[in-house]
Design a protein. Structure first.
Length: 301
């Protein structure tokens, strides 16, 4: 009975202590949410539309077409003393309709990145991060007579975690080195393997591949050259220790260049460049150039 009473007392004390810790943490989060001094947030959305039409007797050549593109991005960064929490999301989608063809996708990306950091000194710190990449809708290969399904939402999707050191000498550049970086690759559509034998590295008959022992390098350079010209770049390298070789190392480079013409009208260039042997043996790239409307708001103005 004494032992039972002691055990109950210990459990009760633990629950009380845990409840107190959770309550204290909740109060700190609420207080941080009220005080926007330490938050830097921004949201932007851009829309563009392109159209071309030709008469049936137009001799210079050309194809009538309609194209629509959109880009939305958001960030919410928190920094107080040595602690920081950075969050970024990016969504891109585009459609094009050429005369004589069905509606096709021209661009498609979902990206999210979250990082918690703790400063060691002015330029170096520890970090833990998670980033997520997939797409909104089905992707098709139009090289054959009939469209062939080759990708879709969560087919594939990549969730990559990272634990390591970050070098950040200024607000423009950041380099993360993660010696321990597990990655999870999803292909939830089991029909994809019929058209993509590599199945993005996921074993046949499964929907998930886990790579526990891996290294990740993640680098960003965001530069505002002037009030009217901005470059956002992101490079990611991923290497599985178990299959380590130059040809098996994954590389991804994302570029976005925004040139403002007026307060709301801009030219946006986006480019995605990927090398991943689990997708295809060559380098994949896509690019889009668009004139449209861009609206941006932040909590500092």
């Amino acid at each position: 009975m004494k032992k039972l009473f002691t055990l109950c007392l210990m459990v009760g004390w633990f629950q009380f202590s845990f409840a107190q810790d959770v309550e204290d943490l909740a109060e700190q989060i609420i207080e941080a949410a009220k005080d926007t001094t330490y938050w830097d947030s921004e949201f932007s959305v851009g829309l563009n539309f392109n159209q071309a039409a030709f008469s049936g007797n137009w001799k210079a050549g050309g194809v009538s077409s309609i194209a629509f593109g959109s880009i939305a991005s958001a960030k919410a960064n928190y920094a107080k003393d040595k602690f920081s929490w950075d969050n970024q999301a990016e969504f891109i989608y585009g459609l094009v309709k050429n005369d004589g063809q069905e509606l096709r996708k021209s661009n498609d990306r979902i990206f999210f990145d979250s990082k918690v950091g703790y400063k060691i000194n002015e330029k170096w710190g520890y970090f833990a991060s998670l980033n997520f990449i997939t797409q909104f809708t089905h992707g098709f290969d139009y090289a054959a007579d009939e469209p062939i399904l080759v990708s879709g939402f969560f087919s594939p999707a990549f969730i990559t975690t990272g634990f390591g050191f970050e070098y950040k000498p200024n607000d423009e550049f950041a380099l993360r080195l993660a010696p321990f970086s597990p990655r999870f690759t999803f292909v939830t559509n089991t029909d994809i393997i019929n058209n993509v034998p590599e199945n993005y590295g996921v074993p046949a008959g499964q929907t998930l591949r886990t790579e526990w022992l891996a290294f990740q390098l993640f680098m960003t350079w965001n530069k505002q050259f002037s009030d009217n010209l901005t470059l956002n770049s992101r490079y990611q390298m991923f290497a599985n220790y178990q299959t380590l070789a130059p040809r098996t190392i994954d590389h991804r480079l994302d570029l976005t260049i925004i040139a403002k013409i007026t307060k709301y009208v801009d030219v946006t260039f986006t480019s995605i460049n990927v090398y991943d042997i689990d997708m295809t043996s060559g380098i994949q790239f896509s690019q889009a150039l668009a004139l449209g409307v861009l609206y941006k708001v932040n909590n500092k103005k």
